[in-house]
Design a protein around this ligand. Structure first.
Ligand SMILES: [Zn+2]
Length: 119
């Protein structure tokens, strides 16, 4: 299948809607369970569940931000360029991960927490 910006945009919009929905649901659950209930969160299970919620929410928020940024890049014509080095991101990578913001090289540098050495 040829690479299609239209398809990428559609996938990003779908992911954006899904993430917003999940965040909304997560928030609703939080208000329900935390709030002003009369048992404090000194219960280890509660604390653990809250930590999981927070981690999950942070993950959704980060992903949503990446999706938003990818959509913005589609608008301004810089989509598909690595945010770190400006190289063109491999199309197969974009198809697998439409919100990718780094090329493979920069991504692995980031993942291995290796400081990029200037050329
Ligand atoms: Zn790069």
């Amino acid at each position: 299948m040829p690479f299609s910006y239209e398809r990428v945009r559609r996938e990003l919009l779908e992911e954006q809607a899904k993430l917003r929905e999940q965040l909304k649901r997560l928030e609703a659950v939080e208000y329900d369970s935390v709030g002003y209930s009369n048992h404090m969160a000194d219960d280890a299970t509660d604390a653990f569940e809250q930590a999981v919620d927070v981690a999950l929410r942070r993950k959704f928020e980060t992903t949503l931000e990446e999706v938003d940024r990818a959509l913005a890049r589609l608008e301004n014509g810089t989509y598909g360029l690595c945010e770190a080095c400006g190289a063109r991101i491999d199309r197969a990578r974009l198809e697998a991960l439409p919100r990718a913001k780094y090329c493979m090289d920069c991504q692995s540098l980031k993942e291995y927490k290796v400081k990029a050495v200037s050329r």
